[in-house]
Design a protein around this ligand. Structure first.
Ligand code: HEM
Length: 210
């Protein structure tokens, strides 16, 4: 069981005047804490085998969810160049580096209980979660180097995110959300929390049954 807690920006409490990004962060704070606990990445007993299970679980979640977002993203797709932000290819690269074959990848289970994503505002909420994960990924990638001796070229590309560009990519995403015309923030927040909840459920199921 993982007990380490990582510092994140100070919460903003229920302030309607807060920016959309601040409200997304505040509304998903406890869901984020639960996800950290659901991942065994900082367990002293982490092995290559348990790390591969994490990658396979993420693949089973990201592959169908990124596809869904791509379909409904609307203006977000172009504004943020969504194709350049896809994380599924990084998971495929990592699983290959860890010895999985293309046939193994095809056989992987995919999550079907995805969050509701029918509107561009939903896609923005999902993307908040998937893009934000690249920030925690910096901490995780550093840890994986020490724990398993892997880096972006040998199995940790997903957690390495955009590498040196991670902060720039996050700032661009945040600027888009904070300036997006017509964004229904309640829909985005519901989708962000729905994403964390669906991922938490999926991790519980997939990590124990693969
Ligand atoms: C053990 C696993 C994880 C750890 C240790 C972790 C840690 C962190 C840390 C330290 C930050 C703040 C980074 C900064 O601003 O400097 C962060 C941000 C964030 N993480 Fe995680 N994270 C983990 C897993 C995840 C996962 C699996 C997701 C979603 C799929 C996620 C979503 C986010 C989001 C959305 C933010 C941005 C919050 C904001 O500033 O608005 N994290 N994480």
């Amino acid at each position: 069981m993982q007990v380490k807690s990582f510092s994140r920006p100070t919460p903003i409490t229920g302030d309607r005047a807060a920016t959309p990004m601040q409200r997304l962060r505040q509304a998903t704070r406890s869901a984020h804490e639960r996800i950290e606990l659901a991942l065994p990445l900082f367990d002293p007993s982490l092995t290559r085998a348990s790390y591969i299970r994490v990658l396979e679980s993420f693949h089973g979640f990201y592959a169908p969810l990124e596809l869904l977002c791509e379909r409904v993203a609307g203006p977000v797709r172009k504004e943020l160049d969504l194709a350049s932000r896809a994380k599924t290819p990084l998971l495929v690269t990592d699983l290959g580096a860890m010895g999985r074959t293309p046939a193994d990848l095809l056989a992987l289970r995919r999550c079907r209980a995805l969050p509701k994503v029918t509107l561009a505002s939903h896609a923005t909420g999902v993307l908040y979660v998937l893009e934000g994960a690249t920030l925690g990924g910096e901490v995780i990638a550093r840890h994986l180097r020490g724990a398993l001796g892997i880096d972006a070229s040998s199995g940790a590309a997903f957690f390495s995110g955009y590498g040196a560009q991670t902060r720039v990519m996050w700032m661009r995403f945040a600027a888009y959300v904070d300036g997006a015309a017509g964004l229904d923030l309640d829909d985005s927040i519901a989708a962000a929390n729905g994403t964390f909840a669906a991922l938490e459920r999926w991790l519980t199921v997939s990590m124990t049954s693969q």
